[in-house]
Structure formats: C-alpha cells, structure tokens
Design a protein around this ligand. Sequence first.
Ligand code: ZN
Length: 280
Amino acid sequence: MIHKLDEMTWMELDQLDRERTLILIPISPLEEHGPHLPIGTDVMAAADIAEQAAMQLAHKASEHAIVLCPATPLGCANITADFPGTISLRGSTLKNVVVDICLAWVGQGFKYLLFCNHHLDPIHMKAILWAIEEVKAEHTVHIAETMSRSVYAGLENEVATHGRAMGLDMRFEIHADAKEAAYIRYRRPVLFKPDAAPLEPVRIDVRKGMQAGHTTFKQMGAEMGYIGSPAQSDPDFGRLHIEACTRQAVELALKLIRGESLPPISPKMWAFLDKFVNLD
Ligand SMILES: [Zn+2]
C-alpha cells in the first residue's frame, strides 16, 4: 500500500512495520533547463519516478508499505549556476542534508530508504553517495540511490539505443537535451516552450571543456543553457525514458527490501568521485 508522507499523521506512520516499510525520497535540484524546459524538470522527473515506482511496488511487493515522500528540491548544480533559476548547494551542504534525512528515518526505526534522483552532476552524486556510506557505517540500514545503481552500474540502457536509432549522438545529449525535452513533452506538454528560442543542436565535449579549465556549461559555449538536440524530441521518447528510469528504480527497490545485492557501482566511477570531485 502507498502512503503519502505529507498526508499522514504521525500515528499512522508509527503503525507501520519498520521491517516491511520502504521510504521513497525523490531528490533533485532546481536548475535552469534551457529556454524551452522548466527549472523544475529534474525535480518533477524524480517525483514522477518515485510515484510510478510506488504504484508498481504496491503490487510487486504488496507485503510492504511504501511511504512516498514529497520531492526534496535540493542538489548540486554548480555547472549551470551562472543562469537564473539554478539553486545549487555546496556538496558538503547536500551531504549533510542527506545524512540528516537518513538519520531522521533511522532514528524512528525505519531501515529501508531509496533516494529517487534524476540529476547526474558528479558533485551531487558524490554528496548523496558519501552521505549514504556515512549513515551505513554507523547503522544497520539499507539505503540506496537510483542513478548510481543504473548509470554508474553500467546497466543496459534501451533509451540510448532508441536515441541512436532516432539519429542522435547520445554522447552529446547531456542537459535539457532530447531526452529531457521529450520527458516534459510527454508528461507536462504545456511546460515545453519550443518557440522561446531557436533550438539548434548544441554539441559540446564536456570533458574537454573541463580540461580547458571551464567550470560551467555556459563557459563551454552552451549560451542558452542546454547541450543536445532538444528539437529532436517527441513524447514517445519521453515516455520510454521515464518508464526505463521507473523500471530500474523498482528493480533496485525490490533488491533493497529483499536483501539482495545491488547492481555494483563501477569502481572506476567510484575512484573518479573519490579523487577528482570535491564536496567543498
Ligand atoms: Zn535535468
């Protein structure tokens, strides 16, 4: 059964069996998404993934209670912070926020937490992952984050396959791109603003940009705040994208509550976060 945290009383929450309750916590920053997509694109996607996953889990894990939290609209997005609308936390701040959210649940005896995230910035990812590790080091709990266990785990991605079939070079579909534009067109079509500016494809090699000393997408040449080909989006591609994210979240949640091993985060990615990504 699904319980929406913000609509529950503490007594209703307190009645749930701690051993059979999964807490779903959507988390992503408010961030500019080009002239054509809303600032809340990632927050909306994270909330959608959590809500859709909750509905599937209510059937697939019916012996468990699913507590669906309202989206936490926080994250690290320094790379677009030179546009209005991006509210970027320092990595250390986000890490503390995530630790505190976890400890609030753990302190009440809850043991299964899944952060549903739709933002792949390395600082954001490191903050969440390091927070989870810190809490797990002190408590016997089961906590995970979705993107690290799909993208960082190298899971097969049929969305990228579909994108390539559409003629997209997915290496350059990075931000407010064809996928995200497609998602908004699918889920909230009135928020898609294709006429706000000419949406010419923007192809930028972010790795090279960083090596050249640039710290934001704008400095790398993304003057309108997007990297990719958002004009090449269609609602069907958006549906595919969000369904794939949801399916991965559901599979991860089932592993988490059944005590099975989670898809491993690539050691290379872990080493990159550890050595090259700074939370301060
Ligand atoms: Zn985004």
